[in-house]
Design a binder for this molecule. Structure first.
Ligand SMILES: [Zn+2]
Length: 96
C-alpha cells in the first residue's frame, strides 16, 4: 500500500481515539424508539425531538441517549441534561 495512504489511515485511527477533536455543531437524525421513529435535531437553538414526551416536557430519552453516546463531542450547552450526574454517569464510565 502506498505510504501516503498508510499515513492517512494512521492519522485517522489516532483522530478516532481523540474524540475531543470533534464537535457537533448541528445534526439531524432519525432515532428508532421502541414504539416509533422520531426526528431529532440539534442546532443553535438546542435540541428538538418529534416525540410526544419532548413535546410535553422539553426533554426525552432519545436526546438523553444521544448525549450519552456523543458526550464531549457535543457543545457544552448541548451536554446539559435533566438528569443528575449521579444517576447519569459520564460516557467513559459506561460499559457497553
Ligand atoms: Zn424524543
Amino acid at each position: 500500500m502506498h505510504s501516503s495512504v498508510i499515513g492517512k489511515i494512521e492519522k485517522a485511527n489516532r483522530y478516532a481515539r481523540e474524540l475531543d477533536r470533534i464537535k457537533f455543531e448541528r445534526m439531524s437524525l432519525t432515532f428508532r424508539g421502541d414504539n416509533d421513529s422520531h426526528r431529532v435535531r440539534l442546532d443553535a437553538d438546542g435540541w428538538a425531538c418529534t416525540c410526544h414526551t419532548f413535546g410535553t416536557s422539553g426533554d426525552c430519552a432519545h436526546i438523553l441517549a444521544l448525549q450519552k453516546v456523543l458526550g464531549g463531542m457535543l457543545p457544552e450547552s448541548a451536554q446539559q441534561t435533566f438528569v443528575p450526574d449521579a444517576v447519569m454517569p459520564a460516557q467513559d464510565a459506561v460499559t457497553v
